[in-house]
Design a protein around this ligand. Sequence first.
Ligand code: ADP
Ligand code: ADP
Length: 232
Amino acid sequence: MIDLSHIEKIYDSAAGPVHALKDISLHINKGEIYGIIGLSGAGKSTLVRCINLLERPTKGTVTIEGKNITAMNNSELREARKGIGMIFQHFNLLSTSTVFDNIAFPLQLSNTPKDAINSRVTELLDMVGLSDKADQYPSQLSGGQKQRVGIARALASNPHILLCDEATSALDPQTTKSILQLIKDINRKLKLTVVVITHEMQVIKEICDKVAVIDKGVIAEQGDVLDVFITP
Ligand code: ADP
Ligand code: ADP
């Protein structure tokens, strides 16, 4: 489903090159919830951004559903990205748009007809439990509600993959639980492949099937969550 093969990422910075990812190979199966855990600076954000090519790997290939996306031109890549939704730690909502318009945004960008947008957004609002918040603005919502909007927006174009970049790190433990539960429900219901990056063990234990531990740009360990983290 998702294959990363010998991914390397070097950033050029004023202080010299930064070797953020050294040699990362990962295979993520369809329908899995795959966790990537590591300390701050380990390379997690860089890695997850290499999966949708928000960041271009310096070396290596990213293959998604059999297609080598590292070899695609920009218009092919734009199309492929519709199959990959992403949610963020700080939600990244448009503050001057309503909940409805935030979720509709990716559909408007792809020129979806208005009727189709209305019915799709209504369905998504229901899926994330925010049917009564359509006309509110992000500033009127709690953190958990904002992330629900983020999830609905990420699912708007019917992706096969959901990338979660520290999606619960700004939330309190109770809200974290409910967002993780929602992600799990969506994973089961839509057969979505989910990649979760986090620095929190709780997140891995709560919802992930498989896990990779990343340290200083390399995978230190990977496998089934139960094998990698044996609870005493
Ligand atoms: P994590 O998400 O695990 O905190 P990151 O992927 O953000 O790690 O960062 C990995 C390393 O790459 C860090 O040393 C970070 O400072 C560096 N880095 C990340 N983005 C950039 C960038 N745009 N330019 C230069 N260095 C970067
Ligand atoms: P996160 O909370 O995901 O770890 P960061 O605060 O590390 O985010 O990074 C925020 C943004 O700054 C990212 O786009 C990342 O690529 C960039 N960045 C991180 N480290 C550096 C760095 N050392 N030099 C330049 N840009 C960086």
